[in-house]
Design a protein around this ligand. Structure first.
Ligand SMILES: Nc1ncnc2c1ncn2[C@@H]1O[C@H](COP(=O)(O)OP(=O)(O)OP(=O)(O)O)[C@@H](O)[C@H]1O
Ligand SMILES: [Mg+2]
Length: 261
């Protein structure tokens, strides 16, 4: 399949119109791969919807889309009168390139990526939303820069990390970029921070605790999420229904996003 950047000015206009109908955008990123960005983006979106907020989640991870598997949505998509209908999961409107491509690889670079992300925003019938949660891929490449450009003015950033020093040093670089772009930082989510309810006694992946993370990233740790083995076998809707510890942590995170510090 080839992708074209043609039609960009029209898509851009349409994307702006869609963004105007969103109350607030929460970008979920890290810089580092595999720390749980998609887990956090999905869980936050479901918890916001659980608080009766009109919520969408947009996957801008073109090559490694994993939102559809957390939220158990898959192709085909349908087109209605006002555009492509997003999938729904637990009350959340979901859009991802993987809903077009399924399990096929999506090789792509540069302008084509920017165009694709713009189109995902522009052609989707989001309707009015209180929150759009954006799941970012690792790195500081096209996807992140496209998201900054499209949503920068009305967005906040949620940094996800594990307590591992290796993750933290990468996340610290993204933290500097967010500051230089003047995007408000909502806070840090420490994922896989502890192994069980014996919280505080067990940091399985590294040495950093919430207070050292706060110092290193110059930002508040606003949620600590446990290791949750069920995420690999069940939908996140099910995980949140069954696991009190994880759902309580996500509810507190959603509450913080809605009400502020
Ligand atoms: N709290 C958790 N407990 C147990 N496993 C987790 C947790 N969070 C994430 N995982 C697992 O870690 C892996 C990476 O998670 P996820 O895909 O959410 O990370 P990511 O940062 O979005 O990755 P990528 O950089 O590829 O986008 C997945 O296999 C996921 O199931
Ligand atoms: Mg991801």
């Amino acid at each position: 399949m080839t992708w074209s950047a043609r039609g960009f000015p029209y898509q851009e206009h349409e994307a702006r119109r869609k963004v105007d109908q969103i109350g607030s955008v929460v970008m979920v990123g890290s810089g580092k791969g595999g720390v749980g960005k998609s887990f956090v983006a999905s869980g936050l979106a479901l918890s916001l919807a659980g608080m009766a907020r009109r919520t969408g989640v947009l996957d801008v991870d073109i090559h490694g889309a994993s939102l559809p598997s957390y939220l158990r949505v898959r192709p085909p998509l349908r087109t209605g009168r006002r555009g492509i209908e997003p999938k729904r999961s637990g009350g959340v409107k979901v859009m991802s390139v993987a809903l077009f491509t399924g399990q096929n690889p999506v090789p792509m670079r540069g302008d084509a990526k920017e165009s694709l992300i713009t189109q995902l925003v522009a052609l989707t019938d989001w309707g009015p939303l209180d929150y759009l949660v954006v799941d970012l891929p690792p790195s500081m490449g096209d996807e992140l820069l496209s998201a900054f450009r499209l949503f920068g003015g009305k967005s906040r950033f949620l940094l996800v990390t594990t307590p591992s020093p290796n993750a933290l040093s990468v996340v610290a670089r993204l933290r500097r970029l967010i500051a230089s772009e003047r995007i408000p930082l909502e806070g840090v989510v420490l994922n896989m921070a502890y192994a069980s309810e014996r919280r505080g006694r067990s940091y399985p992946f590294g040495v950093a605790d919430a207070s050292s993370v706060r110092k290193m990233l110059r930002a508040d740790v606003i949620a600590e999420l446990p290791l949750e083995p069920a995420v690999n076998s069940e939908s996140l809707v099910e995980v949140l229904r069954k696991s009190k510890e994880t759902s309580t942590a996500f509810k507190a995170l959603a509450d913080r996003v809605v009400r502020g510090p």
